[in-house]
Design a protein around this ligand. Structure first.
Ligand code: GH3
Ligand code: MG
Ligand code: MG
Ligand code: MG
Ligand code: MG
Length: 303
């Protein structure tokens, strides 16, 4: 990946001088220049930039305005900005740092110092990016079931809470589908546990495929899955469950499981409805419906 620096200064001489310094240190592959804050901001919007060197006093838009404009935008929160100031003025430096400057260099600057400060900023940015990636990964792991890559039960309960509150506030319909594999024990007994795991992974794929972006599919227990369907009245939830039931039944397994038909039973419940006035009762109704589906012969959807 190429690294890009943006130099914003109204003085041609100074820009050239800075350019020479950063070029000499081979810190960047691409060099962008702007004559004032407004120009610089436009350049920032149109290019991927890794570090900004910015003068304070400039016509049209000065360094302070530039700083507050860019820091107001989410995508530029972590972008390092080194201010170039001719003023030894303590107040100016403090104000710059307070408005989001990462560091400053006083003009006339020393090339060695400028390069060293740039290196520090680039290193901090790299560490920050890595930390962010690690955090995202940890977050993802903490909400995902490792076998099926569906949401885990804990995250499902968080989402249920959120969607329930939303439905209660706005008066929409929130549907819940609980599904359980029929005679899964027999599949494990016949093919072995690892093949059973493959069935679970395949089912997860089928379930995920047909979902809308705001639906949530989770592994609720060993071989039980839950679909959380916001803004979905019971008739629609039933249709979704019924479609899923058919897709699972028609699924053609490969390898050892070839020829094996797997079916699921599903229970559907919706908030609000006569016996559903809490999250607990939403789950209870769906669970009871699932029980009836099992009782009534399996490979069925019950409300
Ligand atoms: P039914 O639901 O139709 O009443 O019959 P069932 O055979 O599916 O019965 P039950 O729901 O009681 O059994 C669930 C089985 O699922 C038991 C357990 O060995 C298996 N199971 C649970 N978690 C996993 C898993 O992660 N991997 C595999 N391979 N099997 C699992
Ligand atoms: Mg200037
Ligand atoms: Mg079960
Ligand atoms: Mg059971
Ligand atoms: Mg089962």
């Amino acid at each position: 990946m190429t690294t890009t620096v943006l130099i914003i200064d109204d003085s041609d001489t100074l820009r050239e001088e800075i350019l020479r310094s950063v070029r000499g240190a081979s810190l960047f592959d691409t060099y962008l220049e702007a004559r004032d804050g407004l120009d610089g901001f436009k350049t920032l919007l149109n290019n991927r930039v890794d570090l900004v060197l910015c003068d304070l006093e400039m016509p049209r838009m000065d360094g302070f305005r530039f700083l507050s404009m860019m820091r107001a935008r989410e995508e530029f929160q972590d972008l390092p900005v080194i201010m170039l100031t001719s003023r030894e003025d303590r107040e100016t430096k403090i104000r710059g740092l307070e408005q989001g400057a990462s560091d400053y260099v006083t003009k006339p600057f020393d090339t060695g110092e400028l390069v060293a400060r740039i290196r520090v900023q680039l290193k901090m940015k790299a560490l920050q990016d890595e930390l962010k990636r690690t955090n995202e990964l940890l977050r993802k792991l903490s909400i995902t079931d490792p076998l099926t890559h569906l949401h885990n039960r804990r995250h499902l309960m968080e989402m249920v809470e959120k969607e329930y509150q939303r439905a209660a506030r706005k008066g929409g319909h929130l549907s819940l589908v609980i599904l359980d594999i029929d005679y899964f024990k027999k599949i494990n007994d016949t093919y072995g546990h690892p093949e059973g795991d493959k069935v679970l992974a395949s089912l997860a794929e089928i379930v995920t495929k047909g979902l809308r972006s705001y639906d949530v599919a989770a592994r609720y227990g060993g071989e039980e899955f839950v679909l959380l369907l916001p803004e979905t009245p019971i008739s629609e939830a039933y249709a979704i469950a019924e479609r899923l039931r058919g897709e699972v039944q028609d699924h053609v397994f490969k390898g050892t499981l070839q020829g094996q038909v797997v079916t699921i039973s599903l229970g559907v419940a919706t908030y609000p409805s006569p016996r559903v006035e809490s999250i607990d009762s939403l789950f209870r109704q769906a669970d009871e419906a699932l029980y009836r589906a099992k009782q009534n012969g399996r490979n069925r959807v019950e409300l």
